[in-house]
Design a protein around this ligand. Structure first.
Ligand code: SF4
Length: 62
């Protein structure tokens, strides 16, 4: 599973970072996503609560 993040859409509400800090974190000023740090269900739940729609799940590898 791949998660994409559109920085132009993100409104920095912080839902992702506060809900799953092991997956979504800011390191050295960069937003980092580590999908292997939680289950797919946990990640899908947080992505569904992203208020701006900046987070998207890609189920197929391109
Ligand atoms: S939950 Fe969505 S809008 Fe909020 S910080 Fe994360 S990506 Fe940005």
């Amino acid at each position: 599973m791949q998660i994409t993040w559109d920085q132009n859409i993100c409104c920095h509400a912080g839902v992702c970072v506060s809900s799953l800090p092991e997956v979504f974190k800011v390191q050295d000023g960069k937003f980092i996503i580590n999908p292997s740090a939680a289950t797919e269900e946990e990640i899908m739940s947080v992505v569904g609560r992203c208020p701006s729609g900046a987070l998207q799940i890609e189920h197929c590898q391109r």
